[in-house]
Each structure stands twice: as structure tokens, then as C-alpha cells.
Design a protein around this ligand. Sequence first.
Ligand SMILES: [Zn+2]
Length: 326
Amino acid sequence: MTSARGGIDLGGTKIQAAIVDDAHDVLGQSRHETPTTGGPQDVIEAMAAALEEAASQAGVQPATLAGVGVGSPGYVDERAGTVASARNLPNWEGAVPVGELLSQRIGAPVHLGNDVQVATDAEAEIGAGRPYRSLIGVFWGTGVGGGLILDGRPWLGRRSAGEIGHMVVKVDGAQCPCGRRGCMEAYAGRAAMEARARKLVERGAKTDLFKIMQERGRTRLTSGVWARALKRGDKLAVELVDRAVEALGAGIASAVNLLDVEAVIIGGGLGIRLGDPFAQRIAAAMQPHLFADDTPPAVHVAALGDLGGAIGAALLAGKRVEQPVG
Ligand SMILES: [Zn+2]
């Protein structure tokens, strides 16, 4: 057995795997698409394939890993090793025993955690959040996820804490992908921003967003597409991102008013891609909404970058190695 550990970040569009050593250095990594058809078994197979590729890069056999952590969307029961309500995964019915299935497939113990909390924990332990005892992780991507560290510990609530994307920033506001109205994600989530862009184009607005999307061989407005459009000064892209920044400012500031955390860590596809200038814009957009406006929290970009979810999942494997599932 090696001391290397595996981490898998299971997302609705991509599966990222990383092999890390004791110093959290990445020895191998890979990225696969998440199956959009089939069912749980196909997702398990894709996770195993991603892990095998990363392991082969690292020169280790998956079965010899000290453990493999998985950061998963949906409702994760860490003890039972199951994932339920993963709406972005194909034909995901009931509580799927991901821990057991994956462990059988790769031959190493598997540990599960909530994807966003895992990424937040990783930032707190070895990333941009290291100096702080309390922080909010904000993952600005397709949706807007959040994770909390309070007094040095993850705060999970009864199971659904950290849903910062669904802070209401406007009563009776825009429709959110969650079905409710006025959520921060309805303005700042990449999926909602794309839906808004498509609607405005139908109404005759001009933009290069969809041209850039096609040039880059994409079917969606990825973070890279948004970044490129901003660089070109595309008016619609600038407007929609400005609107997102305002919503993030109001929503995050409201959370800070409640919790008075020391720091806010901005991650996620868009957060990482747009980087520090936008983290500072979000900080500025928070300022007018902060009750204790003379002591704003520090705002940083996630230091572990795009691979943070997978690295965080690997940390999970290190911590819970006494109680493996499967
Ligand atoms: Zn919502």
C-alpha cells in the first residue's frame, strides 16, 4: 500500500480525479465528462476511469491507494456511503451506494462528502482560508454553491447548510433554477446567466457570446467563453457579469451580516477563471450591504483552483481512513 490518496470531484458536467501525496502535492490528475445518459453504474464507471488515468500518471495502482475520497453533489450520507437527490446525474433514483460500488470497482476504501463542503474544507485546511477560523466558501459556477467553516469546523446544519446561492437578493425577483424567485443564483449562476443571454438575444440584443461559444467548440457558455467575451468588451456579457457581481455582493454581504466570518473564499469555474480582479469587485459590491462596514471580511480567490474539489476529496480519504465504506 502507498500513502498516496485519490480524490474525485463528481460534477454534473465533469469528473475530475487527482492523486495526492502526504504533502498534498498532486502526482496525477485527469478530467472526464460526466455521462448524461445511462444510470449510476455508468457514472461509477466514469469515476473509476478518471481515477485510473490519474493513478497511471502518478505511477500507482488504484488498489494500493490508502483511500479514495469523493466529493459528490446531491444529498450525501457519509456514514452509509450513499448519494441521493443528485439531480444533475443520469437516472439517479433513490440512495445509490456509491461508496460500496466504487470501492468494489477500484479495490480501495472510498469515503464520501458533499462536493462544495469538501472544496471549502480543502481551502480552509491547505488553501486560501488557512489563516482563518471562520469563513464562507462561495463557488461561483453553473450554480452558486457555498460551504461554511465556523470556529475551525465545517458547519453542515441539519444537512443543507451553506446554500448561499439561494439567499434571496430580490423579493419576487428572477426565476432561479431551483424553482424559487429572487435567489442570488438566479442572477449569478452561469446557467441562469446563459438563459438570460439567450432570452435577450431572442429579443434582438447583440452579443458575441454565442459566436465565441461556437469558435471554441462549446455547446454552453462556459467560464472561458464569458472570460473571452469580457476581454473583448462585449456589452451584453459585461452587463450580465456586472449584474452577477451585484447579486453576489448583496447575497454574500447578507451572509456575512449573519455570521461575521473572517474571510470569504471565491471559487468555482467563473470565480477561478475571472480571478482576483473580480473577487475584489465582489468585495466592493458587498461593502454597501455590510452592517459592520468598518470591518469587512478578507476576500480571496480559492488557492487550489480548479482541482480544489478533487484535492479536497483526497483530504477526506486521509481523515476518515479508520471508517472506510465498502
Ligand atoms: Zn434558488
